[in-house]
Design a protein around this ligand. Structure first.
Ligand SMILES: Cc1cc2nc3c(=O)[nH]c(=O)nc-3n(C[C@H](O)[C@H](O)[C@H](O)COP(=O)(O)OP(=O)(O)OC[C@H]3O[C@@H](n4cnc5c(N)ncnc54)[C@H](O)[C@@H]3O)c2cc1C
Length: 535
């Protein structure tokens, strides 16, 4: 084992919380090591509903969370302008719904008071005819609707932008690196032991270790002999590779819960469930029952939903704080910063609970606790300091496209990931040739991601640049992508093939729960062609 590196702070977990803390502390001048066992954002963060929102339904039982997350959402949308977009909901009201139109409008009037905090517009009340005019796919049985505005975000890029900025300010950030133990001096935590992707184990010393492992928080805290009690709750989504509607739509489930069909930039997420989870956090399956539960609810308000072809499912586990005698979706989304000095583990701090929409505030308060422990005085600047790519305005996409020989759509997609740094990405040696017919990603961006954005697998490329996110789900592009990434990372021909096959297998596992009869037949053909390629 090599000599341990030394840092002020080591952070365990590269979801949005850990990445946010790494950025905050680096900007305050501390030396930071950030370790993520998978890839940036690949835990709960990337499997969320991709919304920076206030959560109007928390108003009923936890209005302070609505206030805090709306306020923090306001900061996030102004420091990450390239990563966010407005998402407008239609909330249809059906006969016999739990909330009639008056109750629904009253709730929205209350929520409107919070909306200016996140730069969103107030609601509108629609008659049934007006709702059907703007979205003819809604059921004619509805009796009225209200609108509501939220923000969508690319959580993978949000996490990575925080990592990038932390690194730009001196942090070391390693993905595919698992913390396997803590280094102790008596009760005191003085560092971590970690295993990198090469299988080698190393040690790093730190004055403070921060546990930001989302639903894995209890596992890491046990390494320090401390008990953090969560009530993890699983959620799934069905993913469609296009927009079903220009509006996002809510629906009531059979047991009266609020479900959402969210229209993101170029795809649709339909979700989400919220169920106590007792299984293995590293192997969470989507069940066909869960898919049916969602489709049943949406069929009631959007009758043609089953005619659309999903491309995959996602699943994640919420790191919710423990509470007895509550339904899962009534659990508070509060968070807690815990200094484990009280448990005899000096030098160890946990951040548990919370939401993506208030990650910046959670990071600020965790960083305040760390700075106090270190006697370090420096103010938090993350509320106003732009994330990378937001320091200046982006040029018109058509202009960038014309200059670089790519379509305006491809240029615009590039800008949504890289903001004002998009032009620099295209300067990387490779051409502006597209990787895929259905998702406009250039060879240059993929090469850049392998060279500068810690992409080590094709699944990393899916998260970093949206490889195989389109309707082909990789069928048309993974072999080519493996060639480009493999070229950058020095993979042999068989390593490139294995990488592509591993990606296809992973994609199939995510798709299986939403396959019908014809879907299975198509999959058999695809799997057969991969076998043929190997022989
Ligand atoms: C279905 C669903 C939908 C949601 N939708 C929304 C939404 O729209 N808006 C919103 O605000 N919130 C939403 N949430 C909640 C939100 O996603 C989470 O609160 C947030 O993303 C948690 O981030 P995190 O960084 O704390 O955890 P994570 O993203 O899980 O990050 C923790 C990281 O720690 C890593 N890790 C674990 N163990 C180790 C180890 N030993 N060594 C190194 N690394 C380790 C994991 O790999 C993981 O990447 C949703 C949650 C779910 C499940």
């Amino acid at each position: 084992m090599s000599a341990p590196s030394a840092h002020d702070v080591c952070i365990v977990g590269g979801g949005v919380t850990g990445a946010g803390i790494a950025r905050d502390l680096s900007l305050r001048g501390l030396s930071v090591l950030l370790l993520e066992k998978g890839d940036w954002g690949a835990g709960t963060t990337g499997n969320s509903s991709w919304m920076i929102h206030g959560g109007p339904r928390y108003l009923e039982f936890d209005w302070n969370t609505t206030r805090l997350s709306t306020q923090d959402a306001g900061y996030i949308v102004s420091i990450a302008r390239n990563l966010v977009y407005r998402v407008v909901f239609i909330i249809p009201v059906m006969p016999h719904d739990k909330n009639n139109i008056e109750r629904m409008e009253t709730a929205m009037e209350v929520y409107d008071r919070f909306q200016p905090l996140k730069k969103a517009h107030p609601h509108t009340r629609l008659t049934a005819a007006e709702a059907l005019q703007v979205e003819p796919g809604l059921t004619p049985d509805l009796i009225g609707a209200v609108t509501m505005e939220e923000w969508g975000v690319d959580p993978y890029r949000l996490v990575f932008a925080n990592v990038q900025d932390a690194v730009a300010h001196g942090a070391r950030a390693l993905n595919h690196t698992r913390v396997v133990g803590l280094v102790r001096d008596g009760g005191k935590v003085i560092g971590v032991r970690y295993r990198g992707s090469d299988g080698a184990t190393s040690e790093a010393r730190a004055k403070v270790v921060v546990n930001a492992a989302g639903p894995w928080v209890p596992e890491i805290s046990r390494m320090a002999g401390a008990d953090v009690h969560l009530r993890p709750a699983k959620g799934i989504h069905i993913v469609y590779p296009h927009r079903i509607s220009n509006f996002s739509i809510s629906a009531e489930s059979i047991d009266g819960r609020d479900l959402l069909m969210v229209s993101h930039a170029g795809f649709t997420l339909l979700g989400t469930t919220d169920d106590d989870f007792y299984g293995d956090l590293d192997s969470v399956d989507v069940l066909e029952d869960e898919v049916d539960y969602l489709l049943q609810a949406f069929e009631r308000v959007f009758p043609s939903i089953r005619a659309y072809r999903p491309v995959r499912t996602t699943t994640g586990v919420r790191p919710t704080l423990f509470k007895w005698r509550r339904y899962e979706d009534e659990l508070s989304r509060r968070y807690e910063v815990i200094d484990h000095a009280k448990d005899g583990a000096e030098g160890f701090v946990t951040i548990a609970g919370g939401k993506l929409s208030m990650y910046r505030l959670m990071a600020e308060q965790t960083s305040d606790v760390v700075c106090r422990k270190l006697g370090h005085q420096a103010p938090c600047v993350t509320a106003t300091r732009p994330l990378p790519g937001n320091e200046s305005d982006v040029e018109p996409a058509a202009e960038l496209g014309r200059r670089s020989g790519i379509t305006a759509l491809a240029a615009m997609k590039l800008q949504t990931r890289h903001g004002s740094n998009a032009g620099a990405v295209l300067k990387d040696s490779r051409s502006g040739r597209m990787i895929c017919r259905c998702e406009p990603i250039t060879e240059a961006e993929l090469a850049h991601a392998a060279r500068h954005e810690q992409v080590r697998t094709l699944a990393d490329a899916f998260r970093r640049v949206g490889l195989a996110a389109g309707p082909c789900a990789g069928a048309a592009c993974v072999l080519r992508a493996a060639g480009i990434i493999g070229g950058e990372l020095g993979w042999s021909a068989s390593q490139r093939f294995d990488a592509a096959r591993e990606f296809v297998r992973g994609a199939w596992l995510g798709r299986a729960p939403v396959l019908g009869h014809s879907g299975w037949a198509q999959e058999e053909l695809a799997v057969g062609s991969w076998r043929g390629l190997r022989n």
